[in-house]
Design a binder for this molecule. Structure first.
Ligand code: NAD
Length: 498
């Protein structure tokens, strides 16, 4: 059995715990490898080594650190095909989508190439008589990232590119379901000139995560995954004195106004709902047509569009999407479909029981479509994370907008309309962190920042962009004067500007 090892001090390190996680090929349902699950002692070893390496890396000037990022970017581009195949072989997303996963991470590497500019501090000359004030951003030290299975390249790069460019050492605990791409990224970083030990990959489950979020030498933890775990990471990390940003699950709505271009909306939503088998935190699993006429016309076209989708193995260039991540996840999604029927929603397309010829054991689920879903249903309130689109009908924009605003999750939302004023009002008022106007998956570009609201994110800083730089640095502010002779009497009153 092929074994996937940790990546510590620039080298592959065999796990010592004797515990392993199974890595499946979701296309065939067969185990293809096993991954070592780290002990707390192995985590500690990686942290100690990272701490040693970090001081030298932080002392390197920002322009030189940026050059490592430039070379890293070029290496990812050169290795795009190999990385995409590796990613898709463990995750199951189709190759074109795997390239998108890598590309969105690469764009954060491009952002990190601008680190000399981003780290420039503020300066006030003459803040008082002969007094200047300046501030600088300094790296935190050793920081950790804990990432989910659904974007094994993008999310590790969201975090690590910015953290490293700022001068930190980064310990990545990737998902134990598809851990190979993160290790490959570690190898490419070494090839790009990153000193050994500055980027470590330690695989594991709760044992490894708990060791990281309580470790005294880890200064900050960045987490992306499901909401209950995000909340746990946030609370535990914060109580151990760490900065924590913890992104959680989602249930994103797409509101369709009667004046929207319905053909375009169907094209947008079919991709956003079913792409990557719905395993995206910015997927669009809830459509909210406004008015019966819009709803009926939308449903009619969506049934045809969803029926026309090709579900295939991840290397099938014609497939729109591939299998889900595991047998357990397939069972969970199918259970939600059964629950939706039991709750009284109308099942228009049922993706359960899909068998692909020659891949009968693969984790495939066909496109599933529900109409007449109601806000009190459990299948509406919870995240399904599969190729399931739920239609909730609304009579007015107010009623439609209240749905995402009142939902527990608040990651992304979209509105489809030709009315600029309605869209503008909606964007201003909706209680959700990322809004798309005629854009179904509004993941902000790399120089903005990514973050949802409510149970979709715990902590107060977003991922990547300038918020990433703020998260991975601490500000030091210096007030200085260089007196020329006597500058007055002893002062027992706090200095003021009066
Ligand atoms: P998950 O919460 O199961 O796992 C995420 C990470 O947490 C993994 O590294 C895992 O090893 C670790 N983990 C799991 N259980 C743990 C426990 N009990 N204690 C400590 N650590 C634990 O999530 P997943 O299934 O890998 O990913 C899918 C979820 O991630 C979905 O809910 C999705 O919406 C969410 N997600 C959110 C965003 C976002 O930015 N908001 C982006 C991508 C995915």
């Amino acid at each position: 059995m092929r074994e996937i090892s940790h990546f510590i001090n620039g080298k592959s390190v065999t796990g010592a715990s004797g515990r392993f996680g199974d890595i499946y090929d979701p296309n065939t349902g067969q185990i293809q490898a096993r991954v070592a699950l780290a002990t707390a002692a192995e985590i500690d070893d990686a942290v100690q080594k990272a701490a040693k390496a970090q001081a030298g890396w932080a002392a390197m000037n920002p322009q030189r650190r940026a050059r490592v990022m430039f070379t890293f970017k070029a290496l990812i581009e050169q290795n795009m095909e190999e990385l995409a195949h590796l990613l898709s072989s463990e995750h199951g997303k189709v190759i074109a989508d795997a390239k998108g996963d890598i590309q969105r991470g690469l764009e954060v590497v491009e952002f990190a190439c601008g680190i000399p500019h981003l780290l420039k501090g503020d300066y006030t000359e003459g803040a008082g008589p002969g007094i200047d004030v300046y501030s600088m951003r300094q790296p935190l030290g050793v920081v950790a990232g804990i990432t989910p299975f659904n974007f094994p390249a993008m999310i590790p790069l969201w975090m690590s590119a910015v953290a490293l460019a700022c001068g930190n050492a980064f310990i990545l605990k990737p998902s134990e379901k598809d851990p190979s791409v993160p290790v490959r990224l570690g190898e490419l970083l070494i090839e790009a000139g990153l000193p050994e030990g500055v980027f470590q990959v330690v695989h594991g489950d709760k044992v490894a995560v708990d060791a990281l979020i309580t470790h005294p030498d880890i200064r900050a933890v960045s987490f992306v995954g499901s909401s209950d775990i995000a909340q746990y990471i946030y609370a535990t990390g914060a109580s151990h004195g760490k900065r924590v940003q913890a992104m959680g699950g989602a249930k994103n709505h797409g509101i369709i106004m009667p004046d929207a271009d319905l053909d375009q909306v169907v094209k947008d939503i079919v991709g956003a709902a079913y792409g990557s088998a719905g395993e995206r935190c910015m997927a669009l699993p809830v459509a909210v047509p406004v008015g019966q006429k819009t709803a009926d016309a939308f449903i009619e076209r969506m049934i045809d569009a969803a029926r026309g989708l090709k579900v295939g193995i991840s290397t099938d260039a014609e497939a729109h999407y591939g299998p889900v991540i595991s047998a357990a996840h397939k069972a969970k999604v199918e259970n939600y479909i059964r629950m939706g029927v039991d709750e009284g929603a109308e099942l228009l397309l049922d993706g359960r029981g899909l068998k692909l010829q020659g891949h009968e054991e693969g984790f495939f689920i066909g496109p599933t479509l529900f109409d007449h879903v109601k806000p009190n249903m459990r299948t509406y309130r919870e995240e399904i994370f599969g190729p399931v689109l739920q239609v909730v009908r609304a009579e007015s924009l107010e009623e439609a907008a209240a749905l995402p605003s009142q939902h527990d999750y608040g990651n992304g939302v979209a509105i489809f309309t030709r009315n600029g004023l309605a869209a503008r009002e909606f964007a201003a008022k909706v209680n959700v962190g990322m809004v798309g106007i005629n854009v179904p998956i509004p993941v902000p570009v790399a120089y903005h920042s990514f973050g949802g609201w409510k149970r979709s994110a715990f902590g107060d800083m977003n991922q990547y962009g300038e918020d990433g730089v703020r998260f991975y640095t601490k500000v030091k502010t210096v007030t200085q004067r260089w007196p020329d002779g006597d500058i007055g009497d002893q002062a027992f009153v706090i200095p003021t500007m009066s």
